[in-house]
Design a protein around this ligand. Structure first.
Ligand code: KG4
Ligand code: ZN
Length: 344
C-alpha cells in the first residue's frame, strides 16, 4: 500500500509505547510508563521495567487499536525497537512483535531507537516536511546523542554521544543529591525558576580545547555531577544552608550550555542550517529557549516535535518503519534479536 498501516512497539526503557500510523499520519500513540515503580529506587530498574512491559503490552495494543479505529488484521506491518536500550526490556517488545508478525503473517521491521526519535518529527502535522541534511540532538534519561541525518532511511551518522551519564540521568542524579524526588528533570526545572544561573560556575564537560580535538561532539556529565556534589558538601561542611534554587539553576545552565554549544558546532562544521531536537529532556524550557535563541543568531532553524512524540513512544517506531516501507526497503528476517548496543 502507498500509505502502509503500521503498528509500532517501543520497550527500550521504562515506557511501553504502542503507536499506529498510516503513512505519515499519526492514528494513535499510547504510552504506559513504569516510572512510578522506579521512583523509590531513584532510577530505572531493568528487571522492573521488563516485567512492567510484559504486563502493559496486551492492554496497550488493544487501546491503540481502539483509538485508531482499526482491527489487528487491518495492520500492514509491525515495527519494533530492537536497540539500543535495556536488554531485558527490549526482549519483551521484540518477542511480542515477532509473535504478532508471525501470527498475522505480516512483515516485521526491526528499527533503531535513536533513528526512531528522528522519525518522530515526520508525525508533526503542523510542521513543514523535514529537510535534509539536518543535525539532530537527542537528549533523554537514556541517551545524549548528536547525529547528522542526510536521509532518514539510508544515511544517519552518529557524530557523538555521552561518554558517561545521559543528560536526563544527570538531572536525576543531581536532583537526588539536592533532596528532590525522581524523576529529577522537572524538579530541578521548578527549583531553578527562583535561582540565579550565574551564581556558581559549574564545569562544561569535554569543552576544553584539549578535549575538543577527540571529543568535539561528545558529552560528559559525570564530572559536572561530581562538581555539584562537592560544592554541596563543602557548603554543608561550612555550616551554611545549600541554596537549592541557585545550584539547580547553575547546574541546568551548564547542561543546556554544553548541549546547545555542541549541537550548533555540528551545524556550523557541516554547513547544516537545521537542528532537530528530541528526547524527554526537551521538556526543559530553558533548553528550548537557549537552543532557539542561539540557533537564531547562527542562522539555524530549530525543529521541536510535540513533547508526546519527543519522549519514548511507539508512534515514532511505526513512523520510521512506514518510511522504510515507502522507500521500498525489505522487512527484517526473524533472525534478529534485541541488541542493547545497536549502532545507528
Ligand atoms: O525520553 P524520556 O521520557 O525517557 C527516557 O529517558 O527513556 O526522558 C526522561 C528523562 C528523565 O531523565 C527526566 O528527568 C528528564 O527526561 N526530564 C527533564 C525534564 N523533564 C524530564 N530533564 C530536564 N528538564 C525537564 N523539564
Ligand atoms: Zn529514547
Amino acid at each position: 500500500p502507498t500509505e502502509p498501516l503500521v503498528l509500532g512497539i517501543e520497550t527500550s526503557c521504562d515506557e511501553t509505547g504502542i503507536g499506529i500510523v498510516r503513512g505519515r499520519t499519526l492514528l494513535s500513540n499510547t504510552i504506559a510508563s513504569s516510572m512510578d515503580e522506579h521512583a523509590r529506587y531513584g532510577g530505572v530498574v531493568p528487571e522492573v521495567a521488563a516485567r512492567a512491559h510484559l504486563e502493559a503490552l496486551q492492554p496497550s495494543i488493544e487501546a491503540a487499536l481502539a483509538e485508531s479505529h482499526v482491527g489487528l488484521t487491518d495492520i500492514d506491518a509491525i515495527a519494533v525497537t530492537s536497540g539500543p536500550g535495556l536488554a531485558g526490556a527490549l526482549m519483551v517488545g521484540v518477542g511480542a512483535a515477532k509473535a504478532l508478525a508471525v501470527s498475522l503473517e505480516r512483515p516485521l521491521y526491526a528499527v533503531n531507537h535513536l533513528v526512531g526519535h528522528i522519525a518522530a518529527d515526520i508525525l508533526d502535522a503542523d510542521a513543514p516536511p523535514l529537510e535534509y541534511p539536518t543535525v539532530a540532538l537527542l537528549v533523554s534519561g537514556g541517551h545524549t546523542s548528536l547525529l547528522l541525518v542526510r536521509d532518514l532511511t539510508t544515511d544517519v551518522e552518529l557524530l557523538g554521544e555521552t561518554m558517561d551519564d545521559a543528560a536526563g540521568e544527570a538531572f536525576d542524579k543531581v536532583a537526588r543529591l539536592l533532596g528532590l524526588p525522581y524523576p529529577g528533570g522537572p524538579e530541578i526545572d521548578r527549583a531553578a525558576a527562583a535561582g540565579d544561573a550565574d551564581a556558581i560556575r559549574f564545569p562544561r564537560g569535554l569543552s576544553r580545547a584539549s578535549d575538543l580535538a577527540a571529543h568535539r561532539y561528545d558529552f560528559s556529565f559525570s564530572g559536572l555531577k561530581t562538581a555539584v556534589a562537592r560544592w554541596v558538601e563543602q557548603t554543608q561542611a561550612a555550616g551554611e544552608e545549600v541554596p537549592v534554587a541557585d545550584v539547580a539553576a547553575s547546574f541546568r545552565e551548564a547542561v543546556v550550555d554544553v548541549l546547545v554549544t555542541k549541537a550548533l558546532a555540528a551545524c556550523a562544521d557541516h554547513g547544516v542550517p537545521r537542528l532537530l531536537l528530541g528526547g524527554g529532556v526537551i521538556a526543559n524550557k530553558r533548553l528550548r529557549d537557549v537552543a532557539i535563541e542561539r540557533a537564531d543568531a547562527a542562522g539555524v532553524t530549530v525543529r521541536i516535535p510535540p513533547l508526546s512524540l519527543c519522549t519514548d513512544n511507539g508512534a515514532m517506531i511505526a513512523a520510521l518503519a512506514a518510511e522504510l516501507i515507502m522507500a521500498g526497503r525489505p522487512p527484517s528476517t526473524l533472525a534478529f534479536g534485541a541488541d542493547s548496543t545497536l549502532p545507528v
